[in-house]
Design a binder for this molecule. Structure first.
Ligand SMILES: Nc1ncnc2c1ncn2[C@@H]1O[C@H](COP(=O)(O)OP(=O)(O)OP(=O)(O)O)[C@@H](O)[C@H]1O
Length: 605
């Protein structure tokens, strides 16, 4: 039986930065037989909330349960409860980028696999899901990637419906659908609701989905700003002279339209595109920006007028929010500030962010200074040998990279994996079978070499974060551009290095995405971000295909920009110059290298 979905004091942080709060103290209860809309501006946290409900984001605090059953297993907090996972289906925003298999049929079968259905039932559900989403059975043998955007959306929905889950979590389900597709989606949701099942839908498409909704939740800046029965919103729509007015009001509360033109012709709440352009241009002009400086109407609204209108607009928005919140808190949202452990308060967070962004910005250092510092430190590390020397070298590396810790935290799992591999290989290298003994003298050379690699890797990690591909390319062009006069393909080499550099984080990110998809679609209760061994085969090949597609897209983009087809002159949009920060960086690298050399000279173990 479908049952309540309950979130209690849920707080979520970014995976790679525990100080970055994505959701703050969410308290919500969703009831079966209801359709709840999540609305809010871009970046408000709607997708994050849906992914959290689906167990794709780790909870910092709080708990989630479905029908009283916890989503996360209480004793092994890192593992998901498989029986809870089988109760819902999630269609992510880029559900059309989820394809694993060669054909649409295999995709549907893959989605239904965790439910272990008999063959006949599987076939019946597959055809029913196609029928209800308006897809022809002939499409079953097609590669999902060759379907149109809208057809892929429909297929993603069919994959969910074929599993007949109690709950549907849909992220922007109408995006890319034509009018017929949207009304089909609405009919599907109505039928789902009539069957006593529930749905939570993140959307910007109020026109299509508001009429179906039972409740509307406004998400703003990672918190639930307001939760109200949809009736209140619909009443507004019927009371207003035009439905658009109510929708504009909702949008205003969810998406905060640019403040400024408060009184407009016809009293519309949503600004006309021209007014909006003028407001943006005025705002930019006030801040000294020159973009749009020549836009029509720019300057019609003075910066002073714009500023003067902001407090008034804010005050009226908050007054409206208070009025409408009264008596509509059936879902008990909480906007309380996060209050766990000794996490940072908002002002502290802002100060920390500001400091980090000042010192650890990717445009802070000249890539040549970074490369030089890296070469110095790694060359000195390579002169060392012996476990004692390497242990001290690791201390030097830790001291050098410590200030960049907030940036490189996301690489620590790679580092940990490498350390585990080192221990395993050292054990293997040192084991003698006849008799079974461990000989450290045999294991030591392997361990020292791998340890050395680890230290070199540690020195390199901040480089990946402190240098953008464009600045690296620029550094190569600026330093070695003169060799092109002698026919050396330096610009092509620079581009190649940059692309490789760009691809390393991209590969990691794509793998993370596939791990998420595998968990969501495979209903695996394994640790977040980890692909279970049983799924490796089904994930690895699609992953390689996705990477090849990425490479193909990149090649097309380069070709479109003229690389390879005409004598391209590199764009010298900016010049790099050594600054104080670079001098500081090199001073640290020279000191570190000096210490490493001292270790090499005076430590003999
Ligand atoms: N892994 C992450 N690390 C850091 N920030 C993240 C991460 N995931 C999401 N965010 C941030 O959280 C915020 C909310 O993102 P989310 O995708 O939930 O927004 P949304 O409301 O769904 O927006 P849209 O309407 O554009 O789809 C964004 O600012 C996003 O950059």
């Amino acid at each position: 039986m479908p049952a309540d979905w309950k979130l209690t004091n849920v707080t979520v942080c970014a995976e790679d930065d525990k100080n970055r709060l994505l959701l703050a103290m969410i308290n919500l209860t969703f009831e079966p037989g209801n359709i709840t809309l999540l609305i809010g501006r871009n970046g408000a946290g709607k997708s994050t909330l849906l992914e959290t409900m689906a167990g794709l984001r780790k909870l910092q605090t709080g708990s989630i349960s479905i029908g009283g059953e916890p989503l996360w297993l209480p004793k092994r907090n890192k593992k998901l409860n498989r029986s809870a996972l089988l109760r819902f289906g999630l269609a992510m925003q880029q559900s059309d980028a989820q394809w694993f298999a060669q054909t649409a049929r295999e995709e549907l079968l893959y989605s239904m696999r965790p439910y272990k259905l008999p063959e006949e039932e599987t076939e019946r559900r597959m055809l029913a899901a196609l029928d209800v989403t308006g897809l022809q059975p002939a499409l079953l043998e097609r590669d999902p990637w060759t379907l149109s955007g809208g057809q892929q959306r429909r297929l993603a929905l069919a994959c969910l419906l074929a599993c007949e889950p109690d709950w549907l979590l849909l992220d922007e389900p109408t995006a890319g659908l034509d009018a017929a597709g949207t009304s089909r989606l609405c009919a599907i949701l109505e039928a789902h609701k009539a069957a006593g099942r529930g749905a939570v839908v993140a959307t910007h498409d109020l026109d299509a989905l508001l009429p179906l909704a039972d409740a509307v939740i406004v998400v703003d800046d990672g918190a639930v700003r307001e939760a109200a029965p949809a009736e209140a919103a619909r009443e507004l729509a019927s009371a207003a002279p035009q439905a658009l007015r109510a929708q504009a009001l909702l949008r205003e509360r969810a998406a905060l339209p640019p403040e400024g033109p408060a009184t407009r012709s016809g009293g519309a709440l949503w600004p006309e595109p021209r007014e909006l352009a003028a407001a943006i241009a005025g705002g930019l002009a006030a801040r000294g920006g020159r973009l749009y400086a020549h836009a029509p109407h720019a300057g019609r609204m003075s910066a002073g007028a714009l500023r003067a209108q902001q407090p008034a607009a804010k005050a009226s928005a908050s007054a409206r929010t208070e009025q409408q919140t009264e008596g509509t808190r059936s879902l008990e949202p909480s906007r309380a500030a996060p209050a766990w452990g000794n996490k940072l308060s908002e002002p502290q967070q802002r100060t920390l962010d500001a400091k980090q962004s000042r010192w650890l910005r990717p445009d802070r250092f000249d890539p040549r200074a970074l490369v030089l510092a890296y070469f110095l430190l790694t060359a000195c590390t390579l002169t060392l040998g012996g476990m004692g020397q390497m242990a001290l070298a690791a201390c030097v590396a830790a001291a050098v990279i410590a200030p960049t810790l907030p940036l490189i935290r996301k690489w620590l799992s790679v580092f940990r994996a490498f350390a585990i591999v080192t221990v395993i290989l050292a054990l293997i290298a040192g084991i003698s079978l006849t008799p079974l003994t461990f000989d450290w003298s045999k294991a030591e050379p392997t361990t020292v070499k791998l340890f050395q690699l680890m230290v070199i890797m540690a020195f390199g990690m901040p480089m990946l974060e402190l240098m953008t591909p464009l600045r690296l390319q620029r550094a190569i062009q600026q330093t070695f551009g003169w060799t092109a006069r002698f026919g050396l393909p330096i610009h092509a080499v620079g581009l190649l290095i940059t692309i490789i550099f760009r691809f390393i984080p991209l590969l990691a990110r794509e793998w993370g995405r596939f791990a998420k998809l595998a968990s969501a679609r495979g209903k695996s209760g394994s640790r977040l971000g980890a692909v279970p061994i049983t799924m490796l085969r089904s994930v690895f090949i699609p992953y390689i295909r996705a990477i090849l597609r990425l490479a193909e897209g990149m090649a097309d983009a380069l070709e479109a920009r003229g690389y390879g087809s005409m004598p391209v002159k590199p764009t010298y949009g900016f010049r790099l110059a050594f600054g104080k920060a670079d001098a500081g960086l090199l001073a640290i690298a020279v000191t570190g290298s000096f210490l490493l050399l001292l270790i090499g000279c005076f430590v003999t173990i």
